[in-house]
Design a protein around this ligand. Sequence first.
Ligand code: COA
Length: 157
Amino acid sequence: MTLPQDDIDRIMAVMEQAFPPEYGEAWNRRQVSDALLLGNCRYGLIAADGSMQLEETSESAGFFMSRSVLDEEELLLFAISPKYRRKGLGHRLLAQFIATAKAAGMQRVFLEMRKDNPAAFLYASHGFREVGLRPGYYRTPGGGRIDAISQELTLDN
Ligand SMILES: CC(C)(COP(=O)(O)OP(=O)(O)OC[C@H]1O[C@@H](n2cnc3c(N)ncnc32)[C@H](O)[C@@H]1OP(=O)(O)O)[C@@H](O)C(=O)NCCC(=O)NCCS
């Protein structure tokens, strides 16, 4: 299978800026390529103007990556570059992710996130609800621990 290297470049450009380095949440290029080669992972890109169809030469403002198993899809990575934040692109990209999961016949989507991440507001506004907690799952830069929260959205098909 041929991987779209241009799109991997675009994903990596966002990845390198979007995730706070101290939590180790960003993936490296190899991890992204390997996941996409598996066949059950997919991704979506969003342009700065909110379009999901990027011009050949344009950069991506954000991306998602997800993995499906049977009728469940896990949102593995979701990010908007810092310079494009708070303009509604996160809302738009999440809506697109949910719509494509639904179109693919998924019954449930889920994700795991740091407890203090403001992205929780975004997920809640799209109907996700908290279904689990892993105490102390993430390490903080100061040697502390932060809980991980599992969120789930049931899709009506
Ligand atoms: C989370 C993230 C994708 C949001 O992207 P965005 O384009 O800024 O999102 P939007 O402009 O569409 O805003 C979505 C909602 O998220 C919430 N939100 C986003 N950033 C926030 C912040 N810094 N503080 C409080 N709420 C915030 C708000 O509820 C906002 O809705 P509102 O503007 O209508 O109030 C972006 O901040 C990001 O890439 N963060 C780093 C990566 C990450 O943590 N991803 C999630 C992993 S689980």
